[in-house]
Design a protein around this ligand. Structure first.
Ligand code: UT7
Length: 321
């Protein structure tokens, strides 16, 4: 028997308001044609004032708990991956805990921007396997619309808001079910290529997203193909044994180019970027939940998760569902 973190349930939440490219084109100098051709994005959800990173995260968490057949009191660890917390502190994880009414447990945030969910999954996997908790809520939740410069067409058309959640449970297994490998990376020398130009310790303001898109694109394809190769080698599996890839949803061209580099057919890649745009840390768990709920991802499937974002940070995970 081996103690592993297994995927016990998933959930997601999207803000009520959905905005099309055509609607954006009435506010900034852009077009549906440009956005679709360069990114694959058609819609994004934008949070109303009463919808926050913590409320969306808690909504996604409730669904994931129901799918796992667990109560808030069963949870020993809550990690929220976010770059857009409700407050500078406390951690959004503690706010989610309060909304859920979950009693004393471990709760903290992870800041790795778009790779945040991969970082959070890796940390939860380690903590579950060392006995720190029996069940963990791992959440990616973002309200990026609050940190977008709505005058900057090179960034504001790319992002959306939302949340995704997964319950990971520690279980003794005698097969290859659960998280089989995770890999994380960071290269801080590229921190000026994708960042927010504000913060408590510098400007004292929240700031706005700034990005050198073309450079980020180039690094994303190289780094994602490389880290996917690493996790597959870790578990001794080849691309043709993967049932589903759930990639970070930043740009359809990045997803296509990465899949092509690895020889993965497009039919095995979960795509939500058209409907959600880039929801940063929420994108992977949102896409994972969608594919679980519509029946594409089934028990026994081999699933690979990957993401890359500001820092730069990037990572991947392989799990048998
Ligand atoms: O989550 C991880 C972080 N994010 C990413 O991974 C995003 C990575 N980067 C990208 O997805 C792409 O680089 C973008 C979608 C951001 C940009 O696509 P691109 O094909 O690299 O375009 P570009 O930046 O080279 O811009 C091409 C042209 C420029 O005009 P000129 O200089 O050629 O005349 C831009 O000014 O497109 C113009 N442009 C726009 N036009 C209409 C830039 N944004 C827009 C826009 N609407 N929204």
């Amino acid at each position: 028997m081996t103690l592993r973190a297994i995927l016990a349930g998933t959930g997601s939440a999207l803000p009520r308001t959905r905005v099309s490219n055509a609607e954006l084109a009435t506010r900034v100098d852009t077009s549906d044609e440009w956005i679709v051709e360069r990114t694959g994005i058609r819609f994004r959800h934008i949070a109303e004032p009463d919808e926050t990173t913590a409320t969306l995260g808690a909504d996604a968490a409730k669904q994931a708990l129901a799918a796992a057949g667990l109560e808030p009191a069963d949870i020993g660890l809550i990690i929220v991956a976010t770059a857009t917390p409700d407050n500078t502190f406390p951690a959004s994880a503690t706010k989610v805990q309060a909304i859920l009414g979950a009693p004393d447990c471990i709760a903290f945030d992870v800041a790795a921007v778009c790779s945040g969910f991969l970082y959070a999954v890796s940390v939860a996997d380690s903590m579950l396997r060392t006995g720190a908790a029996k069940h963990a809520l791992v959440i990616g939740s973002e309200t990026f619309s609050r940190i977008l410069d709505w005058e900057d067409r090179t960034t504001c058309v790319l992002f959306g808001d939302g949340a995704g959640a997964a319950v990971l449970s520690a279980k003794d297994v005698d097969d290859d079910q659960g998280i089989l490998a995770t890999r994380l990376h960071a290269e801080g020398q590229y921190c000026d290529m994708l960042y927010v130009d504000g913060g408590p310790s510098t400007t004292g303001t929240v700031g706005h997203v700034r990005m050198q898109g073309r450079e980020v694109f180039r690094h994303a394809v190289t780094n994602l193909a490389s880290v996917l190769g690493e996790v597959m080698a870790d578990v001794g599996l080849s691309a043709d044994q993967i049932d589903w890839v759930v990639p970070h949803q930043a740009n359809k061209r990045i997803i296509d180019a990465t899949a092509k580099k690895l020889g993965l057919p497009a039919e095995r890649v979960v795509l939500t970027v058209d409907q959600h745009a880039n929801t940063s840390a929420a994108s992977v768990p949102l896409a994972l939940d969608l594919a679980v709920r519509d029946g594409r991802i089934k028990r026994g499937d081999l699933v690979v998760l990957e993401a890359m974002g500001g820092g730069f940070t990037w990572g991947a995970a392989v799990l048998r569902v």
